[in-house]
Every structure is written in structure tokens, then in C-alpha cells.
Ligand binder design. Structure first.
Ligand code: B12
Length: 202
């Protein structure tokens, strides 16, 4: 497992990439025997990010969703925005169909604990169990210790858990790093499957 929360992770990540490039080892050569028309080259993949975004359950709070969409898009991330009142199945199917790097779930109205439980398992059952899962918003009702909230969602299988007052710019950096790291880990270990959370970020 990779310690993504450690300082200097980005540097390590780019050092690995530089190593491959300096060695003239093309990512295509490492993992891809051929280039089908549907298959992105690994080089292109390293520069493109695609996420599925939405507000889960019966939650109709749309403002944060629009802000996230705009912010991520401006940061060069392709966003498949499912909007509000999105079921777990819709998230999973969209991620599968779009070959997304991550699902970003929002829960604002306080029922996150119920709505978010089971999404990791649903992804696993449908062959995308190693997809990055992020969750953020007002995840529970009332005032609870953030560490407890974070642990709760990490235990559900989310890779990162964000409080409503998180720094969006930081979240975007972490997201890109996580996606890059997952790609590198897949290059090294074709059968890589993560079963445990990586780390949490406020
Ligand atoms: C506007 C509003 C409404 C409007 C929504 C209109 C609409 N269509 O958007 C209406 C009046 C419909 C409404 C209804 C309800 N609301 Co309301 N609503 C609000 C209010 C005032 C503002 C929400 C907002 O727009 N915030 C601004 C956006 C920018 O912030 P955000 O949504 O939190 O999103 C940001 C972050 O959370 C973060 N984020 C979110 N998701 C993710 C995901 C990832 C991966 C990352 C990295 C970051 C991230 O980034 C976003 C952008 O910065 C809040 C109070 C407040 N001050 O927040 C209550 C609030 C959210 N509502 C609340 C409640 C309880 C309800 C109702 C259940 C009330 C009721 N009993 O009917 C219903 C639920 C209806 C439903 N089915 O969803 C509670 C939720 C309590 C909780 N979670 O503990 C709040 C907090 C009010 C309160 N203090 O009690 N609401």
C-alpha cells in the first residue's frame, strides 16, 4: 500500500514518471500489447482525468455540486456530472460506462451514513472494485467529532473523506495524485486491487 498522505508524495510520483521517461520506457510498451481504437495510450492517460460526480440519495442540494463541477473542470478534470438525487447504482453504472478514474460522492442533507454505505461493495460486485471513491459534504446529522465521521466513511471503503470546509484546490491536487499513483501501481502490478482505504484528508 502506498503512503499517499506523506509529504513529498507528488515529488516521488513525478520522479517515478521521470525515471520511466528517461529510460525511454513507454508506458504503452509496459502494459499494452496493442492499441485498440478504444484504448487510451498510457501516456495520454497520465495527462487525463475523468471523474463521476453527484449528490447521493434523495439529496437535492445542488449548489456545491455545481461549484465542484466548475472547479474540477477548470482544473482540467473531465467531469461526468450526474447532478442531484443519484442512486448508488447510477454512480456505479456511469463509472463503468465512462471508464472513470474516480467517483466523487456528495452528501449534504445529513443522511450520508445510510446513503453511502455499500457503494464500495457494489463497485466490487461489478468489476470496478479498485476505483477511487471520494465522499464529502455534511456527512452526518448534528455535531460529531470529525475524526469519527472520517473513520466511519473510511471503514465503508471510501478512499478519502472531505469535510464541507475543505480546501478545493488541495482536494484537486490530492485527487490527481491518487489517480496518478493508482495508474503507476497498475503498471507495476497488473492485478492490483486495493481493499483498504489509503488515507483521509480534511
Ligand atoms: C440551500 C439549502 C437548502 C435548499 C437546497 C436548494 C438546492 N436545490 O440546492 C432547500 C431549501 C431545498 C434545502 C432543503 C433541505 N435541507 Co438544506 N440547506 C441549504 C443551505 C442553507 C445551503 C446549502 C448550500 O448551498 N451550501 C453551499 C455549498 C457551496 O456548500 P456545500 O453544499 O456544503 O458543498 C461544498 C462542500 O460541502 C464540498 N463538498 C460537497 N461534496 C463534496 C464531495 C467531495 C468529494 C469533495 C472533495 C467536496 C465536497 O464542496 C462543496 C463546494 O464548496 C444549508 C446550510 C448551509 N449553510 O450550508 C442547509 C442544509 C444543508 N440543509 C439541511 C437540511 C437538514 C435540509 C432538509 C433535510 C430540511 C428539511 N427538513 O426538509 C432538506 C433536504 C431536502 C433534500 N431532499 O435534499 C441541513 C443539513 C444538516 C446536516 N447535514 O447535518 C443544513 C446544513 C442546514 C442546517 N444547518 O441544518 N436546503
Amino acid at each position: 500500500m502506498l503512503a499517499l498522505s506523506k509529504p513529498g508524495y507528488s515529488t516521488i510520483c513525478s520522479e517515478i514518471l521521470t525515471h520511466y521517461i528517461n529510460q525511454n520506457i513507454f508506458f504503452d510498451e509496459i502494459t499494452m500489447p496493442s492499441h485498440g481504437p478504444h484504448m487510451k495510450s498510457e501516456r495520454a492517460m497520465l495527462e487525463s482525468y475523468k471523474v463521476v460526480l453527484g449528490v447521493i440519495g434523495s439529496d437535492c442540494h445542488v449548489v456545491g455540486n455545481r461549484i465542484l463541477d466548475r472547479f474540477l473542470s477548470n482544473a482540467g478534470i473531465e467531469v461526468v456530472n450526474l447532478g442531484v438525487m443519484v442512486s448508488q447504482e447510477e454512480f456505479m453504472l456511469a463509472a463503468q460506462a465512462e471508464n472513470a478514474d474516480a467517483i466523487l460522492v456528495s452528501s449534504i442533507y445529513g443522511h450520508g451514513e445510510i446513503d453511502c454505505q455499500g457503494l464500495r461493495e457494489l463497485c466490487q460486485e461489478n468489476g470496478i472494485g479498485d476505483l477511487l471513491l471520494y465522499v464529502g459534504g455534511n456527512l452526518v446529522i448534528g455535531k460529531k467529532d470529525w475524526k469519527d465521521v472520517e473513520s466511519l466513511f473510511l471503514e465503508m471503503g471510501y478512499d478519502r473523506v472531505f469535510a464541507p470546509n475543505m480546501d478545493l484546490a488541495n482536494a484537486v491536487c490530492v485527487l490527481k495524485d491518487d489517480i496518478d499513483m493508482q495508474r503507476i501501481s497498475r503498471l507495476g502490478h497488473n492485478s492490483t486491487r486495493r481493499h483498504a482505504p489509503i488515507a483521509a484528508v480534511i
